[in-house]
Design a binder for this molecule. Structure first.
Ligand code: NAD
Length: 494
């Protein structure tokens, strides 16, 4: 069985309370890890603080070389990572192989090769042509990162690589439920040549570690991914120390199917949008907004494809349905479904999975709920589980209105054979990402984040790197010139 201490200054530190990391596949103990205390977290922050200079002194090309080495190490171990991620989170091994680890690899490759980030650029001052400027994008120092339990490997990649590329050091706290691949990644980065202390991993209680990171004066930037409620809490804790904050929070994303959509493709896409990792993805398309004229037909197509989804052991490459990652989340989802039924919602479809999934695990069959109004809890609050809420609209303006009623604004899908029409609809939706005739696909080159209660700041893309820099301007005036004579002359006239 694997054992993870806290990774501080390149060493596994085993001081602290050991706890069981559970695999949701069958409820068994998958690994052991150690909960870091507030003091341990402060120690990790001090180490990251002291490592700033040595990391900043490695030029950008040198940092990219270490990342490139990491890419080759990771490529060799893709299968191991896929299995660990599946066992710890309960996602299907097929998803882990074809999505999580592959995307992680491509995104690491992007950050090891991108020329989008420049630490310095020369500018002209239009008002003062006799001078010029140098704009620097300096690292901000120690970045604190906090990740949720649902997509631990990708979240770690998205936080570590851009922040370190820009020259920052980091203390990262993965969720105590799913810390395994984050530790593996950090250990492999050490093997790739990352100097000790640049990246430190502490796991345990959010209320202890997250609070210590948020309140620390030495942590100059905070990158948080998790629920909106915790995001508010973290922001409050960070307020006293005036630091840069990126918040990637929850969502209740609409998937809008117009009557001129390719219904077969849209049905598969809608199922992919909601049931990938059993709906436990922040951008999951949990609200189906379907045009009334095609609703009945579309639901039948949806049902026929949902019937084909295979339940079984998530580690079997033929299985389509994974587990719910934590026992708490399992209870939360079931309670929300129960409340929705009490409120008059009808279960249009529920996949029977009993008997085919491993005993002791946390499983909920993919569920489609109808007879809803947009304000009902199940149709407006994040379930973070395999539950699709069906809403209908007559006119496109109604679809836009329902889509934008949510306080969240993370993502959206629009399905239509008329791309120009779909882009017009996309323009009217409050969301940080809109997929047109697609869903879930995330590019390292594109900024990702939310509007409204879904967050502030962006991750990935050029924007995601610059998020963790501090810009500085040098105004350079080389020689005596008219400007100098004119401006100084305001005070010291000849
Ligand atoms: P969560 O908010 O409960 O926890 C997220 C992280 O914060 C965990 O590491 C947790 O230990 C830590 N934490 C808990 N209390 C804290 C506190 N008081 N101070 C600091 N840190 C604290 O979220 P979760 O249940 O792990 O993940 C699910 C949520 O994450 C969903 O709402 C989902 O939408 C969101 N999410 C968002 C994105 C995105 O990119 N927008 C991606 C994935 C998940």
């Amino acid at each position: 069985m694997k054992r993870y201490g806290n990774l501080i200054n390149g060493n596994m530190d085993n001081a602290g309370i050991e706890y069981d990391v559970i695999s949701p596949i069958d409820g068994s103990i998958y690994a052991k890890a150690v909960k870091a205390s507030e003091e341990k977290t402060k120690e990790a922050i001090d180490i990251a603080y002291d490592a700033r200079e040595k990391w900043e002194n490695i030029p950008l090309s040198g940092r990219k070389k270490i990342f490139a080495k990491m890419v080759s190490i990771f490529e060799e171990k893709l299968d191991d990572y896929a299995r660990i991620e599946a066992e710890n989170t309960g996602r299907t091994l097929r998803q882990s192989v074809f999505m999580d680890t592959n995307i992680a690899l491509e995104h690491m490759r992007y950050f090891s090769t991108t020329n989008e980030f420049k630490s310095s650029r020369k500018i002209k001052h239009p008002e003062y042509p006799q001078s010029y400027g140098i704009v620097q994008n300096r690292p901000i120092g120690v970045v604190g990162a906090i990740t949720p339990w649902n997509v631990p490997l990708l979240m770690a990649v998205w936080k570590i690589f851009p922040a370190l590329l820009a020259g920052n050091t980091m203390v990262l706290k993965p969720s105590h439920y799913t810390p395994a691949t984050t530790f593996e990644l950090a250990l492999d980065l050490k093997r790739a040549g990352l100097p000790d202390g640049v990246l430190n991993i502490v796991t345990g209680e959010g209320s202890v570690i997250g609070k210590a990171l948020a309140k620390s004066e030495k942590v100059r930037g905070l990158s948080f991914t998790g629920s909106t409620e915790t995001g508010r809490n973290v922001t409050r804790n960070a307020a006293g120390t005036i630091k840069k904050i990126v918040m990637e929070l929850g969502g209740k994303s609409p998937n809008i199917v117009l009557e001129d959509a390719d219904l077969e493709r849209a049905a598969k896409g809608v199922l992919f949008g909601i049931f990938l990792h059993s709906g436990q993805l922040c951008e999951s398309g949990s609200r189906l907004l379907v045009q009334s004229s095609i609703k009945e037909k579309f639901l039948r197509v949806l049902e026929s494809y949902a019937e084909r989804m295979k339940s079984g052991d998530p580690l079997d490459m033929n299985t389509d349905i994974g587990a719910i990652t934590t026992a708490e989340q399992y209870d939360k989802i079931r309670n929300m479904i129960r409340r929705a039924e009490d409120d008059g919602a009808k279960v249009f479809y529920r996949k029977t999975i009993e008997g085919s999934v491993p005993k002791g695990g946390f499983y909920i069959g993919p569920t489609i709920m109808d007879n809803l109004s947009p304000g009902m809890e199940i149709a407006s609050e994040e379930v973070f589980g395999p539950v699709l809420s069906v809403l209908e609209f007559d006119k496109i303006s109604e679809a836009v209105e329902i889509a934008n009623q949510s306080n969240y604004g993370l993502a959206c899908g629009v399905w239509s054979k008329d791309t120009r029409k779909a882009i017009k609809v996309a323009n009217m939706i409050n969301a940080g990402t809109v997929w047109i005739n697609d869903y879930h696909l995330i590019s390292a080159a594109a900024p990702r984040g939310g509007f409204g209660n879904s967050g502030i700041g962006r991750e990935l893309g050029r924007e995601g790197i610059y998020e963790f820099t501090e810009s500085r301007h040098f105004f350079v005036s080389d020689e005596n010139n008219e400007l100098v004579d004119l401006s100084f002359g305001l005070i010291v006239s000849d």
